[in-house]
Design a protein around this ligand. Structure first.
Ligand code: RFL
Ligand code: PHB
Length: 393
């Protein structure tokens, strides 16, 4: 027996894209059901991004879930770039008038889930074998299994917010979907620890041994990363070795401020740039990591998910409330224009700060010249700052 239900928008995935879209649609009186393959505890436990652009904060404000963010989030008016220990502060506020907020993706996700459930809006956890049907028609539907039972959800539109490994993008025929990709020949080894951060702002460090990043989640919780090879085995990186390498790469001024402590989480993430186009096919609309991936260097992944769904909510409201189906067609091109600029910035910042080239090569001299230019030119610092704080929505 198949249990049937219907809604206006079937949202696949309860990451930041799916949850924010759900909140924006609810605000416009549009019904949506979120189908998530994982359990709530798993979704709420995933450690990922940490930096929110002002535009992302504004969206969370708009949907009324930014209370805790404003209490606990750390407002950063700048960041530091360190090159072999020499430091330069990029003053976001002076250069752009804007700042960013350090508040974990984990917390954003929890806040959105709590608000959605408190409002009595549906999330189906542990939805297995989610599959999209008839997306070329005006009556698409989604099938899934839960506890072994078969379900069918009829809808007007499907929002594919199921991340890079989800099923939605794969539902677009290969002859239509074009993908653009760069896989970087290194990863990031990350550590989360209950220790105070080494600085009140983030430090992005370029060092002969490779990139390092000092970040944080709160005044008592630190998040650090180092560039590592893709075949890194975390067993080879006991906490003490990792703290030592961080101190080395961050430089002698910062090293004494790095408080070591036991890791709460330690993992290796590969770095990738990826864009899939178009972001719409028939009644299927992709948003967030389902459509594009950036390397984390520019802190853009979560923020792009937010800008996508801001555009998507407007497009869906145009189609479903204002009777203007062409509103949907505007979504993909508008989102992609912003996505490509964030891809460019993330790729540029990755190339600027990572060890990529042999020491005496032409490319490594170009990289050194670019860093020197950044340190000495206000125009170059402004270009970094305006991209980092987020291009306009
Ligand atoms: P998400 O967060 O991946 O959420 C997708 C959701 O869809 C669910 N799902 C399915 N549900 C139903 N059926 C299926 N078949 C499904 N397949 C998947 C998943 O369980 C999940 O709940 O995508 P979204 O919403 O687009 O949000 C994007 C952001 O999460 C992402 O851009 C950032 O977290 C990227 N990212 C980072 N970005 C930064 O800016 N800074 C970082 O430090 C940073 N670290 C990271 C990251 C991404 C990582 N991934 C994807 C593995 C670290 C990691 C490990
Ligand atoms: C993080 O805190 O996890 C973080 C911050 C900035 C980045 C990437 C990750 O660019």
């Amino acid at each position: 027996m198949v249990t049937r239900a219907s809604t206006e928008v079937a949202i696949i995935g309860s990451g930041p894209a799916g949850l924010m879209l759900g909140a924006l649609l609810a605000q416009r009186g549009i019904a949506a059901v979120i189908l998530e393959q994982r359990a709530r505890s798993y979704v709420e436990g995933r450690i990922r991004a940490g930096v929110l652009e002002q535009g992302t904060v504004a969206l969370l404000d708009q949907v009324g879930v930014a209370g805790r963010l404003h209490r606990e989030g750390l407002v950063h008016g700048g960041t530091e770039i360190a090159v072999d220990g020499a430091r330069r502060r990029i003053d976001f506020r002076a250069l752009t008038g804007k700042s960013v907020v350090v508040y974990g993706q984990t917390e954003v996700t929890k806040d959105l889930i709590d608000a959605r459930l408190a409002a009595g809006l549906p999330i189906v956890w542990e939805a297995d074998a989610v599959s999209l049907h008839d997306i070329d028609s005006v009556r698409p539907w989604v099938s899934y299994k839960r506890d072994g039972d078969e379900h069918r959800l009829d809808c007007a539109y499907v929002a594919g917010c199921d991340g890079f490994h989800g099923v939605s993008r794969k539902a677009i025929p290969a002859r239509i979907l074009k993908t653009y990709e760069r896989v970087y020949p290194f990863g990031w080894l990350g550590i989360l620890a209950e220790v105070p951060p080494c600085s009140h702002e983030l430090i992005y460090a370029s060092h002969a041994n490779g990139f390092a990043l000092a970040s944080m989640r709160s005044p008592t919780r630190s998040r650090y990363y180092i560039q590592c090879s893709l075949d890194t085995d975390i067993a080879d990186w006991p906490d003490e070795r990792l703290w030592g390498e961080l101190r080395l790469r961050l430089g002698p001024d910062v090293a004494p401020a790095v408080t070591a402590g036991p890791s709460i989480e330690k993992s290796v993430a590969p770095l990738r740039s990826f864009v899939a186009a178009p972001m719409q096919h028939g009644r299927l609309l992709l948003a967030g990591d389902a459509a594009h991936i950036v390397p984390p260097t520019g802190a853009k992944g979560l923020n792009l998910a937010a800008s996508d769904v801001a555009y998507l909510a407007t497009a869906l409201a145009g189609a479903l409330r204002d009777g203007d189906p062409t509103a949907i067609d505007a979504y993909g091109p508008k989102a992609l224009a912003r996505v490509w600029k964030a891809e460019r910035f993330s790729w540029w910042m990755t190339g600027l700060l990572h060890k990529l080239h042999p020491p005496e090569s032409f490319e490594s001299r170009m990289q050194a010249a670019e860093l020197d230019y950044l340190f000495s030119s206000q125009a170059a610092q402004t270009a970094l700052a305006e991209n980092y704080v987020g291009l306009p929505l």
